[in-house]
Ligand binder design. Structure first.
Ligand code: AMP
Length: 218
């Protein structure tokens, strides 16, 4: 099954994609994680992406399309995958449809994480991320066992540069202008399923699992 997780920054799509990926043994393809790895590795791609990311802008379409093209050709994607944070523009969605079509594949469902902007700002300013394994926490609603230490791998947790309030507001505006047209794009294809992303992570997980046809999780 190929699924797209669509929603504003902080709507929980990354958290849900990671959990589903682990439980259903399906790769999670996060362009944000791929770009942060490129930055951490100090590659030329990372250096050019950082300039866009630190100000909350989108990285150019051809860069992320190239990453997804390469990643989806890897063997572990043969049985399906979850796209988390890609596509984010209509040209990216069209490029994705075209590359899947070339491979005689298609997107099965697009999950829309619906939530108000007002909730997102507090969610994102309190977010802490593990740079090593990508695990995410919230200082109030999902704190790590030890302050600023990842429960999963013991690495230091950081506040992402783009989780500062001024950058968050820019990212939300980018979402409304450049990404939200995808709601109509996938709705027209008849594959869009909205979920209420303001509910608790456990409740959202149940809704997403049901929409994807996995039924209740154990
Ligand atoms: P995320 O971790 O998904 O919130 O992404 C963090 C940042 O990476 C975004 O604010 C963009 O600057 C960049 N990014 C991630 N995915 C994409 C994409 N599909 N298109 C363009 N930029 C992206």
């Amino acid at each position: 099954m190929i699924s797209v997780f669509l929603g504003p920054p902080g709507s929980g799509k990354g958290t849900q994609a990671k959990r589903l990926s682990a439980e259903k043994k399906t790769p999670q393809l996060s362009t944000g994680d791929m770009l942060r790895s490129a930055i951490a590795a100090g590659s030329a791609l990372g250096r050019s992406a950082q300039e866009f990311m630190s100000r909350g802008a989108l990285v150019p379409d051809e860069v992320v399309i190239g990453l997804i093209r390469e990643r989806t050709d890897q063997g572990d994607c043969a049985g399906g995958f979850i796209l988390d944070g890609f596509p984010r523009t209509i040209p990216q969605a069209e490029a994705l449809d075209a590359l899947l079509w070339e491979r005689h594949r298609k997107i099965d469902s697009a999950i829309l994480f619906q939530i108000d902007d007002s909730v997102l700002v507090s969610r994102l300013t309190g977010r802490r991320t593990c740079l090593k394994c990508g695990a995410m926490y919230h200082i109030e609603s999902m704190p790590p066992r030890q302050v600023d230490v990842c429960d999963q791998c013991g690495s230091e947790l950081i506040q992402r540069e783009d989780d500062r309030e001024d950058v968050i507001l820019k990212r939300l505006s980018v979402y409304h202008h450049q990404t939200s047209p995808l709601v109509e794009y996938y709705s027209k294809q008849g594959i869009l399923s909205p979920v209420d992303a303001s509910a608790s992570p456990a409740v959202v997980f149940e809704s997403v699992s049901q929409k994807l046809g996995f039924g209740r999780s154990a």
